[in-house]
Design a protein around this ligand. Sequence first.
Ligand SMILES: [Zn+2]
Length: 425
Amino acid sequence: MSLNDAKNFLPLAAGTQRSVVVDKCQVCGNPDLKSLLFLGFLPPVNTMALIGSRPQEQPAYPAEMLLCPRCQLVQLGLIVDPAILFPPHYAYTSGTTRILRENFAQLYQEVMQLYPLAKTDLVVDVGSNDGTLLGNFQKGHRVCGIEPTNACKIAVERGIQTINSFFGRAAVAAALKAHGPASVVTATNVFAHIENIHEILNCIVALLGPQGLFISESHYLVGLVETLQYDTIYHEHLRYYSLTSLKYLLESEGLEVIHARLIPTHGGSIRVYDARKGSRPVSAAVAAILQREAEALRVERLRQFKSRVAASKLGLMALLKQLKEQGARLHGVGAPSRASTLVNHVGLDSNILECVLEIKGSYKLGKYMPGTLIPVLEESKLFADQPEYALLFSWHIADELIPKLRSKGYRGKFIVPLPEPRIVD
Ligand SMILES: [Zn+2]
């Protein structure tokens, strides 16, 4: 058994067509995991039946959030086969949201300021999607993407060399053969999604040159807890990282956290810079964030999360009850993955919410929200119907969405469902 196999503490869910119960910590193997929150059984986020089809039997998976007291990792209690979670028609392109585009442009500036790169330096993006991130590095440096989905075609059209493959040993070998070792490896918003995290990290280390930098961006646990983003808990997200837990994980693979910063993407993420242990100086930001986390993630705080989620759910239901009694019409806006958790945990159904609206071109149009008979329809319906209230499922970008919907002609009020449900005129 290799070191790597020894660190895969759980049997893989991939290829099973079902799920694997997490009975040991995904990172350190500790069997003594503490339950923080149970959201009930949730349907797979990307399984959406066509409008008009009769409801059929479908799976639902328990969504429990667990804490490992040894390495501080907060994680999901069940891993579902990715073939169920990411069906072939699943399509997500990172270029589509303004916040993400701006974030990657800022990432480039930050790298050039902190760790300036030469023209010959190679930047490899793991899960490079449509090449939005690498587009920033493309002019001044060598770039290579690794991307399993068809989104890589868009990247290739932009002139970004992309290896069309899942990230793993074979992809690393192909990248090394074609380009040599990387000066920078980036992995944004993929680190929480892949099971067998030690294998992935091992591959990343193999790709890095001696002075190489590994930069990850992950949804941030402290923000999740503080702003009550329980709706980001779903089966695509296997792990919810703090710098404390990331540090444990990265050190176990011979890396050292040298810098970190909180960034606004996905409602609050953390960008972490790592290098081989001892190869680069460690910035003061690392200790500062770790110290804040020691306070923000105290076990008592994490335990309060549960009662705050309950209060938020009851508050949203009370608000909706009041509005429905007044005879108000209610449309949902946006069907991101997080909407599925909110809808199913709170128990919103087609008797409460008439429809959910998505922009033209979304593959979710013409389907029902997971686990419900709420139809997903084109956004123009919002302006034609003018319901009294629009419930924002992408509430974490409400400040960006509200002016946009106003300028398109919506005249009603907005409901921001979390952290505390509120109405915005
Ligand atoms: Zn652990």
